[in-house]
Design a protein around this ligand. Structure first.
Ligand code: CA
Length: 414
C-alpha cells in the first residue's frame, strides 16, 4: 500500500470480542478514532456511521477555527444520523459512539472529542494526554472523591457520561485549536489501548519507533500482549516541516472499513453457537463498555453505590484482619500448651533443676520455666554428667525427669 509514512491507522478486534466496534480513519488532513457501544447490535454501526460522516470534513480549511467549526458540525450531524438510524431500526436503540478527531491546518490542529477515546501528544520526549475522559470515574477524580490510580481499577470505569448516540440531541462536545510543530507525534486511540497499555509502554513505542505504521502496529501488539479484552484502534499522525501528514490514499479501519450490514430489514446478528455454549451467561450479558444517560439521579445512584462499595471493602478488610489475628493467637496458645507438656533437666544457679517447657526461645519469649529446683549441686557431679546437665537433658515426662535426677544424685562424686 502506498503511504507517505507520516500517519497510520490500525484496528484489531482483540482477543475476546467477537466483532470490532471501533472505527478509525487516517486521511489527508483528518484523523479520527471512534469506539462504538450498544451490546450485541449497534456498536459497530454507531462508530462506522460516525466515522463515515465525519470523514466528509477531510479537506483543507482556510483557518483552524473553520476546521474546528466543521468538526463540531460534523460530530453533531453524526449524532443526528445515529438518532435517525435508531428511529428506523429500533433494535439499535441505545447504540452510541465516542469520537476523538483532529483536523490539521498547517501548523495548527482543530480537535473534537466526546467519550473516553483519547488523544495524546508526544512532544520533546514528553507524552501528554490532551483530552479528558467523559467518564463517571473521571468525574469522581475531578471532584476529589477518588484518585486517578483508583479510577484506573474502578469497576465502573467504563461508564461514559457523554457520547454520540440517540439520547441527547445536542451532546456536549469538547473542541479546541492547538498549535503543532515539526517533531510532534499525535496519538489517537480507543480505550482498548489506553486501558490496558501503560503510559510508559505507549511512550516507549512512540518515542523509539520512527515509522508511524510500525509504531501503531507495536501499540496494537502491546495491547494484544496484555490479553486485549477490548477492540483496539490506534491512529498516529507525525508532523514535519512539510505541513503534510496525509495518509495516501486515506485509510479507514475497523467497522467503518466494512459495509454496514443492515439495510431496511431488521438487523439480526447471528448469535454464534460456540460462544453461546461456552459462555451462556456472557452471551446474555450487556456489553461492559456501555453508555448511561446523564442524569443527576443516575449520578447520585452511582456515587451511593461507590460509597457502599468502599464500606463493604473496609468491613471486609477489618474482618480479614480480625480473623487472621485470631488465627495467630490461637496458633500461639496451642503451640505454647504443646511446649508445656515437655520437661527437661538443666542447671540453674549451680543447682540441678527440672524445667517445664522446651529449651528454645522465640525471640525474647522463653518457652520454659523452672518447675523444681533440687538440692543437688552441679559442681558435685562428675565431669561428664556436669557437661550433659549444663547442655540440658530431655525428659519424656515429669516422672522421667525425676528419674534422671535420681540417677544424677547416685552418680555424685564421693
Ligand atoms: Ca472500547
Amino acid at each position: 500500500m502506498a503511504t507517505t509514512g507520516k500517519s497510520a491507522a490500525v484496528s484489531h478486534v482483540g482477543k475476546v470480542r467477537s466483532n470490532n466496534q471501533d472505527s478509525g480513519y487516517a486521511g489527508q488532513f483528518l484523523f479520527v478514532v471512534a469506539d462504538g457501544m450498544g451490546g450485541h447490535a449497534g456498536g459497530d454501526v454507531a462508530s462506522a456511521i460516525a466515522v463515515k460522516r465525519i470523514s466528509e470534513t477531510d479537506r483543507l480549511y482556510s483557518s483552524a477555527h473553520d476546521a474546528e467549526f466543521a468538526l463540531r458540525t460534523a460530530l453533531l450531524a453524526a449524532n443526528s444520523l445515529l438518532a435517525e438510524t435508531v428511529f428506523e431500526h429500533s433494535e439499535l436503540t441505545g447504540m452510541g459512539t465516542t469520537v476523538s478527531g483532529i483536523l490539521r491546518v498547517e501548523n495548527k490542529i482543530a480537535l473534537a472529542h466526546i467519550g473516553d477515546s483519547r488523544i495524546y501528544l508526544l512532544r520533546d520526549t514528553v507524552l501528554t494526554q490532551v483530552t479528558a475522559d467523559h467518564t463517571f470515574v473521571q468525574r469522581l477524580v475531578d471532584s476529589g472523591r477518588i484518585t486517578a490510580e483508583e479510577a484506573a481499577v474502578h469497576p465502573r470505569r467504563s461508564v461514559l457520561m457523554r457520547v454520540l448516540g440517540d439520547v441527547d440531541a445536542s451532546p456536549e462536545i469538547d473542541t479546541t485549536v492547538l498549535e503543532t510543530r515539526p517533531g510532534d507525534r499525535w496519538l489517537l486511540c480507543s480505550d482498548g489501548l489506553s486501558s490496558y497499555v501503560s503510559d510508559e509502554k505507549m511512550h516507549l513505542a512512540l518515542s523509539t519507533i520512527p515509522a508511524a505504521q510500525a509504531a501503531a502496529e507495536k501499540l496494537v501488539k502491546d495491547s494484544l500482549d496484555h490479553g486485549a479484552p477490548d477492540n483496539v484502534t490506534v491512529v498516529i499522525v507525525d508532523i514535519d516541516e512539510s505541513g503534510d501528514s496525509a495518509h495516501v490514499p486515506p485509510i479507514t479501519v475497523g467497522s467503518a472499513a466494512v459495509p454496514l450490514v443492515f439495510e431496511n430489514e431488521v438487523v439480526r446478528r447471528p448469535m454464534r453457537l460456540p460462544s453461546l455454549l461456552l459462555h451462556p451467561l456472557k452471551a446474555a450479558q450487556p456489553d461492559d463498555s456501555h453508555f448511561e444517560p446523564e442524569s443527576d439521579d443516575y449520578l447520585t445512584a452511582l456515587i451511593l453505590e461507590d460509597r457502599r462499595r468502599e464500606i463493604r471493602r473496609r468491613v471486609g478488610w477489618l474482618a480479614f484482619v480480625v480473623i487472621v489475628a485470631g488465627l495467630i493467637i490461637a496458633a500461639c496458645v496451642i503451640g505454647y500448651e504443646f511446649t508445656q507438656r515437655h520437661y527437661f533437666v538443666g542447671a540453674q544457679d549451680g543447682r540441678v533443676t527440672i524445667f517445664q517447657g522446651v529449651q528454645q526461645d522465640i525471640g525474647p519469649i522463653s518457652l520454659s520455666h523452672v518447675y523444681k529446683t533440687t538440692t543437688l549441686q552441679v559442681s558435685d557431679l562428675p565431669a561428664y554428667q556436669r557437661e550433659t546437665v549444663e547442655a540440658t537433658i530431655n525428659a519424656d515426662d515429669l516422672d522421667d525427669a525425676q528419674r534422671i535426677i535420681d540417677q544424677l544424685t547416685s552418680s555424685r562424686k564421693p
